[in-house]
Design a binder for this molecule. Sequence first.
Ligand code: FES
Length: 359
Amino acid sequence: MSTAFAPGALLHDHDRWDDDPSPRMLRCARIVARTPHVSTFEFVSDDRRALPRAAGQYVTVSADIDGERVSRCYTVSSPPTRPYSVQLTVKREADGVFSRWLHDTLRVGDRLELSGPAGEFSTAFHPSERVLLLAAGVGITPMIAVLEALHDLGDATDAVLLHNSHDPSSVVFERELAALAEGNDTIRVVQAVSVDPAGTWAGPVGRLDADMLTQHVPDLTTREVFVCGPDAYMQHTVALLGELGVPAERIHVESFVLAEIAPPEVNDTAGAPGHTVHFARSGKSVVIAEGETVLQAAKQVGIRIMTSCQNGLCGTCKIVKIAGEVDIAHNGGIRQREIDAGKILACCSRPKGPVEVDV
Ligand code: FES
């Protein structure tokens, strides 16, 4: 554009993306390598509209990959106080269709479609004067958005981040987080690594456990706690927090919908109308009503399936169907060849008869 950039002139209601909720095409403006396997991809809109959001929320991005529409949800790692760009910090997963495309194919100047934001995992929705942010690996993305927003706003919230990484070479945002702690009396950052081959790491070494938590956050029961990381880390950490006396209502997790409490006689439904869903690994079965989804069936028997959009878009709830027929009303979260290979999306798959899944 030929006009000079004037930030103040952009801060008007008509520049906000939420005037028009339809997906936007965004241009990749910058790619920054964070570690050998993690990069930040920054996107901007050519019409320079802002994306109002809460720190910690995610967006859904879509692109045509190998001739098929593929969509995934990623947390925005840049703070809402910098609303004219969206940064997504993504780890390249060997079997991740979208993450491989981002890392291997996307170049500066390329475009993709973005919609959102969405999600409740944000300090904005659970306000507190004292917060504890627990992250593992690339689960740091919502946390750095929160901390940078606190910094930008001069917010006095007392925030402690305890970030666990595998080893010193895999610590994402190490410099940026150190600078945030250095520049803010109310932000404290603890970087831990699981292994330290060279023996040079200055912080804690080892996995998150009760000793590490209570040593570095002795007042953890007084804080609103946010947890984000891989599945095993989240389950371990939530259980640990409970054992240490943190009330469940003060623990907030990303990417998971916790299953409802299982009814005691879950297999005693043989005579009920509807379709039987059998979960092979757990051995549980339940009969659900016509039109209910496999995800709803899982909740009824207390089985946890990882979800994000719950709208057939992000692909997070992908599981393997062993037997039976389902209707999949998805929005691009699964590819035809995956369906042909027996995969389904639990959130939008409705059994047409008895179904067995590998969960
Ligand atoms: S949770 Fe996103 S597709 Fe099912």
